[in-house]
Design a protein around this ligand. Sequence first.
Ligand code: HEM
Length: 526
Amino acid sequence: MSTYLDFLSVANMLTIGLCMGGLLAAVVARWLRRWQNPKCNGVLPPGSMGLPFVGETLGLIIPSASLDLPPFIKTRIKKYGPIFRTNLAGRPMIVTADREFNHFLLRQDGKLVDTWSLDTFAEVFDQTTQSSRKYTRNLTLNHFGIEALRGNLLPKMENAINDTLRAWSSQESTEVKSAAITLTIDFASKQLFSGDLDDAPLKLSDMFNHLVDGLMSFPLNIPGTAHHKCLKVHKQVREMMSDVLRKRRSSSEKREDLLHHLINDMDTGDFLSEGFIIQLMFGLLFVSSDSISTTCALAFKFLFEHPTVLDELIAEHVHILEKKENTDSPLTWNDYKSMTFTLQVINEVLRLGNISPGLLRRALQDIPINGYTIPEGWVILLASAALHLNPDEFEDPLTFNPRRWKTWQFETRIHEIVRDTTRHEYTTRIHLKNGDKAYFYSCIRFVSISSLTRDLNSSVVAKSFMPFGSGMKQCAGSEYSRVFLATFLHVLVTKYRWELVKGGKIVRAPIIRFPHGFHYKITAKT
Ligand code: HEM
């Protein structure tokens, strides 16, 4: 009897266990179905939401040893088309490589979309309010914009770059990416707070060198992770900045720097707290160092590997020096403006480097696109890198070819094209933007210009080339970056030559990194 009862209770337990298991399986299956098919007032773009919690993040951060688009994005565009859904870092996300849609979205800031950052970026840079964003933009343009560049920044830059390259050339080998971080941090911190941290025990540039790796990492804040380390360094840098701010506020000394401007404005804006000032200085140091130093390092590599491009660049800069009465006199704004080929080289490095692989936005409402719906609250990654490497717009997109920009630059300088039938039946008068006029006396010549410019015309460029973003939130430091890079190239190619010692490997994960560094021997020309 007792055996029978035992059997019954075991059977009951088994049945209960099976029921519970079945229930659990049903709940998990329902939850997985919901994970895979999130709520949407319409049809979601095609794609997959990946695994619960992590989504498809691992696929995105797997390193690829190439300048090409990360395989994660490339394979999905092939499979689903230019707009697809995914889940990254636990967030439902739409990735778009649709030129027209991206162009449209970037003109909808504050209406259909808003700026958004990945969690690590958000924690490090803080989400700002609309008024503080405008303030930051104006302040940046004030201290790093064209007027400041033309006024005093350009000669200061040239001096700093001259000193730096002289120091590099005295070394057996220089790892140019981290050395350029030091150059850009030292230069920017002079403009921000007159180098008040020069004597600090921890070097700012060393700390920024550590920071970068953690920024695009999975936001897992436990000891040992890149995210954890990044937050720790961020805290240390903030403490150093806070020290600078405290000392400056208690001093009566006046300085002509950005910090002085911020302290003066502290009574005018609610958001201008100590925390905001520290955050802003940190953010400006970061953007001005990582992106410019990466571009410098890539320029070293591409120019070393393309001697004919280097020769053309040297010729342009030697010509600038030859035009001067005294070759030692500093670069002028007009010299910078005449660096046509240099700016093409910079465009090409930025196009291939894709330092910012995409721009992040958040949908403020449901957004319809091509029969699909992007639900309100979803994050949108506008994959600018996919446009920069699109073979339909940039022929042979992985080739470093600065000359592809020639026709575009020519076209953007054209202000007005007038068919002048009074002078000659086939005369075409072209007013260039600098006020000059050019005449083309044959219709055939005119046709050849228009067919050339079709290759890389300004509408392609406006919608497909956006290393500095586009629209209302376009980078406020774009001119500063171009002037810095052009000045750097001027000093480099006129005074030095360089040879690869070791390293040179490029990895995207998805941000571009140089795992073994770019070590060059830099030698002064005799
Ligand atoms: C090669 C160098 C640089 C690159 C590739 C770059 C790229 C970008 C991009 C793509 C954006 C737009 C982000 C978006 O639309 O969501 C941006 C915004 C911004 N950048 Fe840069 N940047 C560079 C250098 C700099 C420098 C040197 C500064 C400061 C001196 C700077 C200051 C800013 C600011 C303040 C914004 C925000 C603009 C706004 O929201 O109105 N950037 N940058």
